[in-house]
Design a protein around this ligand. Structure first.
Ligand code: SF4
Length: 305
């Protein structure tokens, strides 16, 4: 007997629920004319993107603003946020912005701006070209250092300047803490070397979203309870990568899949308990589809056996 279950702590985070709801509301309000756009893919999930595009949502970039100028277009800013230059460009082209930036990201931008205004060197633990980081970089006119690892931080951050460390909201906390400790260590060394109380100041602000970090312990437990764990997420999802690694560490028979096309039947062979989990951008409805697909696959396998 094979049982297939969905991790009840997986699925959309409230920030994504909010963004998708804003898009649905805009599409419903302009049913007759196709004038609702989103800057970049609304979330990192191809199935959900397709569902909303089927309703009329069009994905664009800032380069499309000239062709949409003064046309009544409404452009949604997704949960990742945007740099100030995007708002300015929209205003210049007579485009209405519908701001669906996640409040957690807005708060991060505000905190970064506050420290930058006070003359701090801003360091961000994140991916340089991730949309959220591009937004934050724009807030400080790109006057910040983005690092992905301890080595990068030690090689690029001059701790003799007053410094503040932040994190992209979807990065992993253990690495953030390692970077924090490495930079703190450098500050201590500097004080010992110079034998004086230089004006070194270092702050670390853990801005990793609780919607990601809060899932880790539960996911780890869920992965361990199953023989096989199928982790469903978009390949471009940052938190999908973090959560997949958490599950894999707990259960080596954890497999990443974006759609059912990726599923290799060999993965589930001989498994009696199959778990399905996903990122904060993985829709519940799609995990239900994966569940039905796996149940059919397992039943066919048993019939052959
Ligand atoms: S993971 Fe956190 S920061 Fe990102 S959209 Fe969800 S609630 Fe917002």
């Amino acid at each position: 007997m094979v049982t297939v279950s969905i991790d009840r702590f997986s699925g959309f985070c409230w920030g994504v629920v909010r963004t998708v709801q804003i898009a649905e509301d805009q599409l419903a309000a302009t049913r007759t004319s196709r004038n609702v756009y989103v800057l970049g893919h609304i979330i990192h999930n191809p199935k959900e993107i397709q569902r909303l595009e089927d309703k009329g949502l069009e994905t664009i970039s800032v380069d499309d603003f000239p062709r949409l100028a003064n046309s009544g277009a409404k452009v949604i800013i997704r949960a990742h946020g945007e740099p100030p230059s995007t708002y300015r460009a929209a205003w210049e082209h007579g485009i209405e912005i519908v701001d669906a930036t996640c409040p957690v990201v807005t708060k991060l931008q505000e905190r970064v701006r506050k420290f930058w205004d006070q003359g701090y060197q801003v360091v961000i633990f994140g991916k340089k070209d991730h949309a959220e980081v591009l937004g934050v970089r724009g807030v400080v006119r790109d006057q910040c250092i983005v690092v992905k690892s301890v080595d990068e931080a030690l090689a690029t951050v001059d701790v003799s300047k007053k410094t503040v460390l932040f994190s992209q909201t979807t990065m992993d906390r253990p690495t953030f803490l390692l970077i924090r400790d490495a930079l703190k260590g450098r500050v201590s060394e500097l004080i010992v070397d110079t034998m004086e109380e230089i004006a070194t100041e270092f702050h670390a602000k853990d801005t990793i979203c609780g919607q990601v970090s809060g899932r880790e312990a539960q996911l780890s437990k869920f992965a361990a309870e199953n023989d096989v764990l199928l982790f469903v997420a978009g390949k471009a999802s940052s938190n999908g990568k973090v959560l997949f690694d958490v599950a894999k560490a707990s259960n080596p028979r954890t497999f990443f899949m974006e759609t059912t096309d990726d599923l290799d039947p060999a993965w589930i062979q001989g498994a009696e308990r199959i778990g399905i989990s996903g990122a904060t951008s993985t829709p519940q409805w799609y995990m239900e589809e994966v569940k039905s697909f796996v149940e059919r696959l397992a039943a066919a396998d048993l019939a052959i056996a």
